[in-house]
Design a protein around this ligand. Structure first.
Ligand SMILES: Cc1ncc(COP(=O)(O)O)c(C=O)c1O
Length: 443
């Protein structure tokens, strides 16, 4: 049974662990725990799990404020989408400099609503059967909304250094059916929006941005997530801010914002402003509450997601400073080594993680490296989907490939990544380097 304790008691039950340097760091230290209190019990589990790894892929970036905000919100009794979601949306829009921010329950839902809005609205020339250019390295739910709205995917290879779509291969991929480019800022790294915007202007294409991995990154002086017609963001556990689950759509377009708000909540119109075209449909006051204008979903976030998001936004800049310092340490050690290719950022990356593509003496030696990483308790993952076309789900898609996917294939065969987050990772990164370097000498 959940027992609600007074916030001041709750706050005394744990303190944030300032020393993240040793192998034991977990972000939170428990003291005088009342085990009957559900969230604290849950924290204990987190503690246990993270102790399994010397260098985990991700850590909770929550401190006392997030837990307290949840307790306060629970006590207010207002849990379903309401004022806190609105407040978080406004803060997020202000931070990114976008006119609209629409919160949803995940980054995947953000992608879904962007594609739904663009295809359902008559204001945009994106319709069933049209082609959308995508990188072959992405996340499954970057692609699935395209399939679900009847669009054809046209895969383009990535740049082996940036891991983003190779902007210089896009023009060749355009056919008379191409209507949009759906780009992904991979692992924090901004795409080259200068080239992308030029291509879109020349060929009259819509630019869509999946920024789920790259909150806080910049192209020149402008934040990623503010390019193109709309962008998606994710606040899942391993991401730059964490709201349990959560996502956001950013856009400067009033119509996309209206479509997204309407589609997010059943397709009804009541969440829209009076200026919205959907609200101009004349109907009596009684019927207005349940007026459905679009084939919608229920992808709403809740107030608990929003209050934690508000806390996380306050800490975001300090998270970024540490992430960047970790990236400097990583680059100092790895960038001149011939045994790997690491991600190169032509602009300001927000470093979601550190990718390593094995090269030279370590070519084809990934399984040996993985064996050593496991021994050292270093958590790793494939570089997102690897070559997306090698996943069984590809059988559902209508797609074509432009030229070849050689670089994506190299990432698929020889790549992996480790985590980066809000804690200093000096000893973790040094250990990773030591292992990799030693292995390279062995071969
Ligand atoms: C590029 C990309 N797009 C979309 C998503 C989906 O975000 P979420 O997990 O919040 O649904 C992810 C997830 O990590 C991602 O990496």
């Amino acid at each position: 049974m959940l027992r609600i304790l007074k916030p001041n008691f709750f706050m005394s039950t744990f303190t944030e662990n300032a020393n993240h340097q040793n192998s034991d760091f977990i972000g939170i230290k428990l003291e005088n725990v009342d085990n009957s209190f559900l969230p604290v019990k849950h924290l204990k589990k987190i503690t246990k799990k993270n102790k399994k790894f010397f260098y985990p892929l991700a850590l909770s970036s929550w401190g006392e404020e997030e837990y307290k905000s949840i307790i306060d919100q629970l006590q207010s009794g207002k849990l379903t989408m309401g004022d806190k979601v609105k407040e978080f949306e406004l803060e997020f829009a202000k931070m990114t400099g976008c006119k609209h921010a629409i919160m949803v329950n995940s980054g995947s839902s953000a992608n879904l609503l962007i594609i739904a809005a663009l295809t359902l609205s008559e204001n945009y020339d994106l319709n069933k059967g049209d082609e959308v250019i995508v990188p072959a390295l992405g996340w499954s739910t970057s692609y699935s909304p395209l399939l679900q709205y009847g669009l054809k995917l046209r895969f383009v290879d990535i740049n082996i250094n940036t891991l983003n779509i190779d902007e210089n291969k896009i023009t060749k991929a355009i056919t008379n059916k191409t209507k949009a480019i759906f780009g992904i800022n991979v692992l924090g790294n901004p795409m080259n929006f200068g080239i992308l915007e030029k291509i879109c202007n020349e060929h009259n294409l819509i630019l869509i941005e999946d920024n789920c991995e790259s909150m806080g990154a910049k192209y020149l002086t402008k934040a990623t997530g503010t390019f193109g017609i709309a962008a998606s963001h994710s606040f899942f556990f391993s991401h730059h801010i964490q709201t349990i689950e959560g996502g956001m759509i950013t856009t400067d377009q009033d119509d996309i914002s209206d479509y997204a708000r309407c589609l997010r909540a059943h397709g009804w119109t009541r969440d829209l402003s009076n200026e919205s075209d959907f609200r101009k449909i004349k109907i009596n006051k009684f019927k207005e509450k349940y007026m459905f204008a679009l084939p919608g979903y229920n992808l709403r976030p809740n107030e608990l997601n929003a209050v934690t998001g508000l806390c996380q936004l306050k800490k975001f800049q300090s998270f970024m400073t540490t992430r960047k310092q970790n990236s400097i340490n990583f680059k100092n050690l790895f960038s001149d080594e011939s045994f790997c290719i690491i991600q190169e950022s032509e602009h300001e990356s927000s470093w979601l993680g550190f990718s390593i593509i094995l090269n030279g003496p370590l070519t084809n030696k990934r399984s040996h490296l993985i064996y050593e990483l496991e021994k050292a308790k270093i958590e790793y993952r494939p570089i997102i989907t690897g070559n997306f076309l090698k996943n069984p789900v590809i059988n559902y898609y209508d797609y074509s490939i432009s030229e070849n996917l050689n670089n994506t294939e190299t990432v698929d065969n020889s790549g992996l990544y480790v985590g980066n987050y809000h804690c200093p990772l000096d000893s973790q990164i040094s250990k990773l380097y030591e292992i990799t370097k030693k292995l390279s000498k062995f071969y």
